[in-house]
Design a protein around this ligand. Structure first.
Ligand SMILES: Nc1ncnc2c1ncn2[C@@H]1O[C@H](COP(=O)(O)OP(=O)(O)OP(=O)(O)O)[C@@H](O)[C@H]1O
Ligand SMILES: [Mg+2]
Length: 151
């Protein structure tokens, strides 16, 4: 586990970009934190680190947005409005996380036990412009991502 301190959106974005550069096929990132914690800012950084060419936005009513122009397919998922498990089945999340892309899930706490056992947990909390960001690889494949170089 590693805790980083962010003093503004650009720091959070830079961490995302570092994760995006280090991501491998099958990377799954679970973003946790309150409304406005910076999950989408971090997802935008991951997209930049993967060199996607399409704009990463707050998915709002779209559960999953695909960005296919980068180094790896990037699936940006937002579970904020997901009601129940049947919606998740429709979403095909299992297929996404088992595939060769990079899946980034906002509000991942809504999935809890449905998450693949080996993933990267990113938890953001704080107020004003400051955030404490804790990253934890939950298994051997994702653990090296804790050591990414943030520049
Ligand atoms: N250190 C920081 N890191 C990230 N965002 C920050 C930071 N300081 C201020 N902010 C601001 O907080 C907001 C974070 O918004 P963002 O959409 O990324 O949150 P979110 O966690 O995705 O929220 P939601 O739950 O609504 O999806 C932005 O307006 C951003 O500018
Ligand atoms: Mg968001």
């Amino acid at each position: 586990m590693r805790t980083l301190h962010s003093f503004g959106p650009e720091d959070t974005w830079a961490l995302g970009a570092a994760i995006g550069r280090a991501a491998f096929p099958g990377t799954v990132v679970a973003l946790q934190g309150e409304l406005g914690a910076g999950k989408t800012v971090l997802a935008k950084g991951i997209g930049a680190g993967l060199a996607v060419t399409t704009r990463v936005q707050s998915p709002s009513f779209i559960l999953v947005q695909a960005h296919l122009g980068g180094r790896l397919p990037f699936w940006h998922v937002d579970l904020y409005r997901v009601g129940d498990v049947s919606e998740l089945e429709q979403l095909g999340l299992d297929e996404l996380v088992e595939g060769d892309g990079v899946t980034v899930i906002e509000w991942a706490e809504r999935l809890s036990e449905a998450m693949p056992p080996d993933h990267l947990q990113v938890h953001l909390e704080g107020e004003g412009n400051e955030r404490a960001i804790t990253i934890r690889g939950t298994g051997p494949r994702h653990r090296p991502l804790e050591e990414v170089d943030v520049c």
